[in-house]
Design a protein around this ligand. Structure first.
Ligand code: SF4
Ligand code: SF4
Length: 80
């Protein structure tokens, strides 16, 4: 899992550290760092809870976009 923390946006509130069930994050110098990205199970609750929208899960969004594209193509095939 590729997790990107926008260090300029992060306000160091620590919510993602407390919220993540897989202990992916740690606060270092008042900024969240994804120290165990391979533990991530993709629940996206940290993404929802972050007040600064500083977290990005690149692999999940790519997979979701691909899934949505497939579903849209299937629906269009039935209509046309
Ligand atoms: S998506 Fe879930 S498991 Fe992954 S880092 Fe965020 S809270 Fe933790
Ligand atoms: S929830 Fe967002 S703003 Fe708060 S520490 Fe985590 S990344 Fe930074």
């Amino acid at each position: 899992m590729e997790i990107h923390v926008d260090k300029d946006a992060c306000v160091g509130c620590g919510l993602c550290v407390k919220d993540c069930p897989m202990h992916v994050y740690e606060l270092q110098d008042n900024v969240s760092v994804a120290v165990r990205p391979n533990n991530c199970m993709g629940c996206l609750s940290c993404h929802e809870i972050c007040p600064a929208q500083a977290l990005e899960h690149r692999g999940i969004y790519a997979a979701r976009r691909h899934y949505i594209d497939i579903k849209v193509c299937e629906m269009l095939r039935k209509v046309v």
